[in-house]
Structure formats: structure tokens, C-alpha cells
Write a protein that binds this ligand. Sequence first.
Ligand SMILES: [Zn+2]
Ligand SMILES: [Zn+2]
Length: 270
Amino acid sequence: MQTQPPAAAQEKIHRYPCPACGANLLYEPKDGFLACPYCGHQERIPQTAEQIEERSYEQYLHVRPGQLEQLAQGALEVQCQSCGALVTFTPPEVARQCDFCGAQIVAQPKAADPILAPEGVLPFRITQQQASASLRQWLSSRWFAPNALKHFAQPDAIHGIYIPFWTYDTNTQSYYTGERGEHYYVTETYTDRDSQGNSVQRTRQVRHTRWYDASGTVTRWFDDILVPATASLPQNRLEALEPWDLAELKPYDPAFLSGYKAQRYQVDLA
Ligand SMILES: [Zn+2]
Ligand SMILES: [Zn+2]
């Protein structure tokens, strides 16, 4: 059984070596740098001047193979046999446990299939240490928290994983024809009896509706409508994560994947 990938394949793996000590730089949410966990060296993720591009829907309806690419060079992918989630990561990251259902991952990772690469990424802002500290604090207020949950408060048990979303802008134009009704009131006189039984004249307002033919157009612009491309999280959990700070979106760079995992989109574009 071959456990080592061939040398050629190994060379293609895109690592971010620390220029000071050669260890792997990892994305550091605290200050948005690539940072070396060993010597503390920091590097800014190169941000190209080009803006995050929003693309035409038609252009992507029939995706050609040339439009697909890997999330990062040398990215690996593994599928959870329990819940079906496909998770992408780059070495030296490993996938031992499913980030969604907690099942042990037994399948061997394979080279990640190309996908429509993301245009933008919302980088993590909370470090692994901060996340597990928050969880520990929350757990300390729960007397009967199950041990399986407490396990996640271990410093190494929390992992960051990027969740895929589609975002849509759309300019809608709707035409309508129909009838528009306008209410008007007419004063009517009627005969009634008072408490003594005498006949009295009274008036009341009666509503009528006058109908007109109506037609027209309504144009509306929708900006950044987010549609989750994951099926692994319940809708209410996803909603609890909102609002996403879309103003902080950065042009996608494989460096953001360093030290993190990413879920492959499960909901297709069309
Ligand atoms: Zn270093
Ligand atoms: Zn799973």
C-alpha cells in the first residue's frame, strides 16, 4: 500500500513556508495575517488591487470545465460517510472527524475536484483559543452539559471551517395588469326605532368600491442576497450566524484556507 504521494504530486502542494524558520504559515484571524506558529513571523496576505468581481448568472448557468479550479493548489477533499459533507483542506491540515456531524472520517482524502472558486472570502475573526475560551466559559454556566460537549472545549477540538454561500444581485422588472379598486363612502338614510320604540331617521356611511383598469411596471434592485450553498447546517443555525459582515469580504486567496477547512458547495448555482 502506498502511503506517500509521488514526489511530483508533493511538489505541487502550495504551502506558505515561513521565510524565517520554514514551518507552515497559518492564517491568523486576530490580525488577518499569515503567521508562523513557531517563530511568530507574520506576513500580510497579498491583496490584489482587483475588486471582488460579481459575475453574470447566464455566464455561469452552463459552467465550462475551464471555469472550474481548485480552492488551493494541492487541496485535498474528503467526504463524511455519515452525513455526506465534502470538506476541502490543504496539508498539513488533516480531517479526522466530521466538522458537521462529529463522525470519524475513515475515507482517504483525495485530490479535491475543481469547483467554481469563490470570488470572496469572509476571513475568520476569532482565533481557536478565543473560541474554546468562550465555549469553556459558556459551559461553566451549564451544570449538566454532557461530556461529549465538554470535549469540544479542549483547545484542539475546535476547528474553523468556511461555509459556502452564493450571493446574488438582481435587477427585477415586473409588469402587471389588473384592476385597482378605490373605496368611497355614501351617506344613506334609514329608519330605525329608538329605545322608546319610536320611529326615527338615522344616517350611516356605506362603503362602495369603484374599479379601474390598472397596469404598470415595478423595478427593484436587490443587492447581495445570500443563499446558503450548504445543506449540512440547519436553517435556524445558519440564520443565527447572521448578519454576515459582507463589507469585510476579501478577494479570495488560497492563503485564507491555510490552517482551516472549507466545505464544498452542496447546492448548485442553478
Ligand atoms: Zn517561523
Ligand atoms: Zn458528517
